[in-house]
Write a protein that binds this ligand. Structure first.
Ligand code: AMP
Length: 425
């Protein structure tokens, strides 16, 4: 079959890598892709949210299955558009993707269905939001309702910061229409982890736990980013906790969506804060995480394509999904200055040396080819991912590979996986 993957980041490189490995697949396209993806797939110069062009491409090229990596095309309704043309596409439809597309919708859904999450209020007026802030005080979290590339949640230690967050979102409209409403929610304390599942709307197949590292700097300092690295498993998530999250957070959400006439099919991601009161949902995402996908798919022993097809066929209960016991760890190498201002176009050296290491795969994110050379082209540049017999071993190997790669102003955290290692001791 011919498969089209939509997106061009590290997550999509990992998806393309697994899909290209399937004996069922004869050709992989990726729109728009990146320099690493171009080694495995034919990259197509169409933007990830250009739904009509993507559909035309899929039709004209006999694409049998389209797999959507990022949230933006899902929230825009790419699945509905493809399905209306009789094309097979993996991901939730527009109604179901609201679980990520609108934080107000997601929080109210959780409230209606008793899913554990931080107490909250929603506001359409900046004045009312600020009056509420005065009542509840800080610390507090202010979130824009819509999609804002992971920057929509602002954790505020002081009331001043919270007022500023409301101004940024609602008055200065820094996130555009995503800021027409805000969610203000209480600040949770604990450690975060990600639990991700395939679902066909009836059956849920949870993946192993994983843990992202969102802040830019070591020790979880600095501004939040798209994610600076991830490990799987997250030892914080014991088997007992995983079972509880599956039941209370994932199964419950899929049931809730069914009951509300928005049947959910695809991948459902729960960002969890493990607090002293148990697991609480920080957010749902309607797709796989980036960078969690890189370490997770490196652990997936089974062919991914039959799993995706089983989700589409409503037959997930019969899918065979085997995971490698060995942990994996992904260290993101970013452009200096990310997540704010950074330069691109710098040549990347040492990719071949790293690729030759055993149990290492270098997933590309913001890279492109310039005259045959691989150069930086985005904030997050590479996701250097390694497998080991233990989390410390996987970590060590990932960092050994990172040491071999160089580009100007490269920045990476040196403590990815350290929280996980600390839990093992
Ligand atoms: P979200 O996009 O809602 O997942 O939020 C992004 C990040 O903000 C999360 O990964 C947390 O680190 C932080 N965050 C969000 N909501 C809360 C909360 N209620 N309490 C503490 N931290 C939060």
């Amino acid at each position: 079959m011919k498969v089209l993957v939509v997106g061009g980041g590290g997550r999509e490189h990992a998806l393309v890598w697994k899909i290209a490995d399937s004996p069922l697949v004869e050709q992989v396209f990726c729109a728009p892709g990146n320099a690493g993806i171009a080694e495995l797939a034919e990259c197509v110069d169409i933007g990830q949210t250009d739904v009509l062009q993507l559909r035309r491409f899929a039709r004209q090229n006999g694409v049998d299955l389209t797999v959507v990596g990022p949230e933006a095309p899902l929230v825009r309704g790419i699945v509905d558009a493809f399905q209306s043309s009789g094309l097979r596409v993996f991901g939730p439809n527009q109604q179901a993707a609201r679980i990520e597309g609108s934080k107000v919708f997601a929080k109210q859904l959780m409230q209606r269905h008793s899913i554990p999450t931080a107490a909250f209020r929603t506001f359409t007026s900046a004045d009312r939001a600020k009056a509420y802030l005065e009542m509840v005080g800080a610390p507090i979290v202010v979130k824009a309702d819509g999609l804002a590339a992971g920057k929509a949640a602002i954790v505020c230690d002081t009331l001043g910061e919270a007022h500023e967050a409301v101004d940024r979102i609602m008055v200065r409209k820094e996130f555009g229409p995503a800021g027409a409403q805000v969610v203000i929610e209480s600040c949770l304390e604990g450690e975060e982890a990600s639990m991700i599942a395939f679902t066909d709307g009836r059956t849920i197949a949870i993946m192993p736990s994983s843990q992202d590292h969102k802040p830019a700097l070591d020790g979880d300092r600095g501004p939040n980013t798209g994610g600076m690295g991830a490990c799987s498993p997250a030892p914080l998530i014991t088997d007992e906790l995983a079972a509880r999250i599956e039941r209370e957070v994932l199964v419950q959400a899929v049931h809730a969506m069914n009951r509300e006439d928005k049947p959910y099919r695809g991948v459902l991601y729960a960002g969890i804060m493990v607090t002293s009161d148990g697991p609480q949902v920080l957010e749902y995402n309607c797709r796989m995480g980036d960078p969690e996908t890189q370490p997770l798919l490196m652990r997936l022993k089974s062919d991914l394509v039959p799993v995706l097809l089983a989700v589409l066929d409503g037959d997930l209960e019969n899918a065979d999904i085997q995971w490698d016991e060995r942990p994996t760890c992904c260290v993101v190498m970013a452009s200096g200055g990310y997540p704010t201002d950074y330069e691109t176009g710098y040549p990347i050296e040492g990719l071949q040396d790293a690729a030759e290491m055993e149990d290492v795969y270098v997933f590309h994110a913001g890279t492109e080819l310039d005259d045959g050379r691989t150069v930086t082209a985005g904030g997050r540049v590479l996701g250097v991912t390694a497998r080991g017999e233990s989390i410390p071993a996987a970590r060590q190997r990932a960092y050994a590979a990172v040491e071999k790669i160089h580009f100007q102003d490269a920045h990476y955290r040196t403590d990815i996986g350290q929280k996980a290692v600390a839990r093992l001791q």
